[in-house]
Ligand binder design. Structure first.
Ligand SMILES: [Zn+2]
Length: 159
């Protein structure tokens, strides 16, 4: 399919699913999504916030009702590259990697979701040190980069 055809295929209007959204304080939800032009806050370029992107934003990422597009794709990418990961995370991991790791850790049972450190190892896995179910309990979680699949989970023994 050519780019022009793809452009044509892409829906410019989508009916929303109110049940999939986080309603505003006054219980408002989006009833439909329509391609919307916006001006990038960083470079001033005009870009389209597509109906599909809006649907993902509100129904998959569950962002607030008031969320709007503020930056163009180029500036978002530049910003992501500039932002370093949070404290404790290996400098070579991006902020996006860090939030992906946090999300997986939060979803695991029997784990205190606070992460003390996340280090990229020589074999390309990421080792996460976090708290276990009880105080004084520490765990080492090993993740495969970049899918963040849990490979192993071992107690951290301090010698
Ligand atoms: Zn921009």
């Amino acid at each position: 399919m050519s780019e022009a055809e793809e452009q044509h295929e892409r829906p410019h209007f989508l009916v929303a699913k109110p049940a999939g959204q986080i309603p505003s304080k006054s219980s408002s939800v989006h009833l439909h999504y329509e391609d919307k032009e916006f001006r990038c806050n960083d470079c001033g370029k005009t870009e389209v916030w597509t109906a599909q992107e809006q649907q993902r934003c509100f129904e998959v990422e569950k962002r607030s009702y008031y969320t709007t597009a503020t930056r163009c794709a180029d500036c978002r990418r530049k910003r992501r590259q500039r932002e370093s990961p949070p404290r404790g995370f290996d400098e070579r991991l991006s902020r996006e990697d860090a939030s992906a790791i946090k999300k997986v850790v939060r979803s695991l049972p029997g784990i205190d979701p606070r992460i003390f450190s996340a280090n990229l190892t020589d074999d390309g896995t990421v080792e996460v040190l976090c708290g276990g179910a009880s105080i004084g309990d520490f765990l080492i979680l090993k993740f495969d980069d970049p899918d963040w699949v849990l490979q192993s989970r071992e107690p951290r023994l301090f010698s």
